[in-house]
Ligand binder design. Structure first.
Ligand code: AMP
Length: 252
């Protein structure tokens, strides 16, 4: 049975009762798809208990329209949690997650300013702050993050090391559609024409000889490219297709 806990206090009480069990934690913003499911499966294999959190975190949205349009699919999410034998869902509300109304935040000063950080001011402050809160509430043994958001996963790993936090970060490979498009909750916002075009992102970063060539190719195909950048053997892309901003990355 999957229990749903809505406040940090309620969750911590549940967690105290599980003393001695290992906990695998999968933080998400809901609208779950098979990418999230892969994280849940890994957590199920490697831990006594699995905790899923669902929280559309307002502090990481630099664009209020993106926040308002973020899909909510609670009934489906609950079903996926039950199918994957999730023990507890932490599903908090904003005022309880931010009792200080976001006066306190976690900031990284270098890598978080590049790539998505350069295009989404404050985004990673919001991500790191909410993830630190979630780790303190959930007290996981291991936490699972997708390589789809490689910069995010790397920054969280760095935060855990820098603050001597007592858990392991487990990266999970990007889950893709058959045509190569990285699974994302935002894909549901693409119209059919955009959806048909979207796999070009993955193709461009894999097949182009340089980041510049990939950016030019995408712009020519009607994307509005934020960046294509190579860092440490990895190529990162963010591009708009209509109103939807898609990101991806590959090893090069
Ligand atoms: P989100 O709810 O989109 O913020 O994502 C929650 C977690 O799922 C993050 O660790 C993401 O990196 C991960 N995730 C999202 N999409 C995918 C995917 N296609 N493959 C693997 N992990 C993913």
């Amino acid at each position: 049975m999957t229990v749903v806990l809505r406040s940090p206090q309620e969750f911590k009480q549940w967690r105290r009762q599980q003393k001695g069990s290992s906990v695998g934690f999968v933080p998400t913003m809901g609208a779950l798809h098979s990418g999230h499911e892969e994280l849940l499966k890994r957590a199920r294999q490697e831990n006594d208990l699995v905790v899923l959190s669902i929280f559309v975190n307002p502090t990481q949205f630099n664009d209020p329209k993106d926040f308002e349009k973020y899909p909510l699919t609670w009934d489906q999410d609950l079903k996926m949690a039950e199918t994957n034998k999730v023990d507890a869902i932490f599903y908090p509300r904003y005022p309880e997650m931010y009792p200080d109304n976001y006066r306190y935040k976690v900031t990284e000063g270098e890598y978080s300013k590049l790539l998505d950080g350069a295009h989404r001011p404050g985004h990673f402050d919001g991500v790191l702050s909410v993830v630190m809160k979630l780790f303190n509430i959930v007290a996981p043994t291991k936490a699972y993050f997708g390589e789809k958001d490689f910069q995010q996963m790397t920054l969280i790993k760095g935060m855990v090391e820098s603050f001597f936090m007592d858990l392991e970060i487990v990266p999970v490979a990007t889950v893709r559609e058959e045509d190569g498009l990285a699974k994302s909750s935002r894909n549901t916002r693409l119209n059919s024409e955009e959806r048909a075009k979207a796999p070009a992102i993955y193709k461009a970063i894999r097949e182009s000889k340089s980041a510049e060539e990939a950016a030019n190719s995408l712009n020519q195909q009607g994307f509005k490219v934020d960046y294509v950048t190579d860092i440490d053997n990895r190529r990162y892309v963010a591009a708009f297709l209509g109103e939807v901003r898609l990101i991806d990355n590959v090893q090069i």
